[in-house]
Design a protein around this ligand. Structure first.
Ligand SMILES: [Zn+2]
Length: 371
């Protein structure tokens, strides 16, 4: 669900957010405000619980806006901010290009939360603290506390939490090796995730089933995010700035339309997961023959059927130029769910790229960098 835009950044809510919102309202209504406002009519107690929860999530949006606006200023595309089960996330299209940029993006969110915590803390003090001037003292005290908690949780040095990103940026700055810095910070993320899950099991064991479940969920999410961000980050830093032409050099050449299917099966398509073979005539791609095309042809006819007879039309393939950036290509392929892209250089067909091929290349480069 879309809520609107701030400085061109779309803010939306995922359905799972309703669950955490209901939980926060319940905790405040049945616990915090019920305790601080004894004897108040239930509709008022629950009304303040809902109001405080809404303000809390507004603060979460401001935290994410902190990240998003600084990222935009660094030239990083931001798809939007989404509130979901575990809080908020600013969806960025790329990782920062330098440790300095990463540091600024990572700290912008907690900085916003610190300002909010301080403002609400001062307001609460002015109102006489948690039990002064009900219900405003209690509401502002809660918001000061919860924003401070957001800072404390996010600054744990566990990648991809803000603290983990800060740690990575500092390591990156110092050792000038983004892959190693990311590996170390991700290890922190996994360790913290496992710690949370262990805490969740302990909670559940002592009868706090719901808290336990929550810790398990957050811990699992963090462990998973640490692993997937690590892989994604490494791919990006290995592929960004690399032209497609460099990756294509290792590709098998195309065949002419007269090649028989039997020859293709013997030389190219007999392997376990073969790429489709481009069929080219005078530098122009005419079509592609892959396993699905071969399967349509009776085995007995393979020696007499040509690639031109069997090929799938090329019109279904997207095209890219050989100077195109490998990382941008991978992003655009995943956004458009493309399996293949035909790459041209000065109007001549040069080969095919697939996400698998790009990621293989990235892994090979990481292997070289790590050696
Ligand atoms: Zn953050």
């Amino acid at each position: 669900m879309n809520l609107g835009r701030v400085q061109g950044i779309a803010i939306s809510i995922h359905a799972s957010w309703l669950l955490i919102f209901a939980l926060v309202v319940y905790t405040l209504g049945a616990g915090y405000f019920a305790m601080l406002l004894p004897g108040w009519p239930p509709w008022q107690v629950w009304g303040y619980a809902v109001l405080s929860s809404l303000l809390f999530f507004l603060c979460v949006v401001l935290h994410e806006l902190g990240h998003a606006l600084v990222a935009k200023r660094q030239g990083i595309g931001v798809d939007g901010i989404t509130l979901f089960l575990l809080g908020g996330v600013a969806r960025m299209r790329a990782e920062p290009a330098t440790p300095q940029a990463e540091l600024q993006v990572a700290l912008a969110g907690p900085a916003a939360s610190i300002v909010l915590a301080a403002l609400f803390g001062l307001a609460s003090l002015a109102l006489g603290g948690i039990e002064g001037t009900p219900p405003l003292g209690a509401i502002t005290a809660y918001l000061a506390f919860i924003n401070a908690l957001v800072v404390a949780f996010n600054m744990v040095p566990a990648f991809p939490l803000d603290g983990g990103r800060t740690l990575r940026a500092l390591l990156w700055w110092r050792i000038q090796d983004v892959a190693r810095a990311t590996r170390l910070a991700s290890a922190g993320g996994k360790a913290f995730g496992i710690l949370l899950m262990a805490g969740g099991l302990a909670f559940a064991g002592f009868g706090h089933f719901f808290n336990g479940l929550w810790f398990l969920l957050v811990g699992w999410f963090l462990t998973d995010a640490a692993a997937s961000h690590y892989a994604q980050t490494l791919s990006q830093y290995s592929l960004a700035g690399v032209p497609l032409s460099e990756i294509l050099e290792e590709q098998p050449n195309a065949v002419s339309g007269d090649t028989t299917i039997q020859e293709l099966v013997d030389t190219r398509l007999g392997y376990s997961s073969p790429d489709p073979v481009p069929v080219v005539h005078e530098g122009r791609i005419e079509g592609l023959v892959g396993i699905p095309e071969v399967k349509r042809i009776d085995r007995a006819a393979w020696p007499f059927t040509t690639a031109r007879d069997a090929m799938a039309p090329v019109g279904v393939y997207a095209v890219a130029s050989s100077e195109h950036d490998a990382w941008d290509t991978l992003v655009s392929m995943s956004e458009r769910s493309l399996d293949w892209m035909a790459v041209f250089e000065n109007g001549e067909f040069r080969g095919l790229v697939s996400p698998r091929r790009l990621l293989q290349y990235a892994r090979r480069r990481q292997g070289l960098a790590g050696a």
